[in-house]
Design a protein around this ligand. Sequence first.
Ligand SMILES: [Zn+2]
Length: 128
Amino acid sequence: MLPADIMRRLTSLVRQRPETHAELIEWLGVLIAARASATRAQWERLRVAATGDAGLIQRRRSRATRTTASIYDSAASGIEADPTLPYTIVCEDHATCVSVATLGAAREFAPDPRSWCDDCREAAEARG
Ligand SMILES: [Zn+2]
């Protein structure tokens, strides 16, 4: 797990696109070093910061769980997914990713993350 101050500095770094070859090498070096210590959720936040929400189709707070669920075009966002599953639903709070075949399916599942995010389901069960 990366400390909060390091996460802030990394997030600001990845938002700035490298302009020279030397900056690119430094940028990649920092990210590779960060990858070893980042949690999945931290890495997902860095990915979103680096891509500037590329491929984002929809982002909404779920009434069912109070967490934020987004729908991405997998290829445009850089999410590695089976090409037959071109859309990915992401629980932004828990960095859970589920890829689906159609945008219709993504829009159907996104509003209630309890059906596809284990952390959301467990939190909901704990609340009773
Ligand atoms: Zn969740």
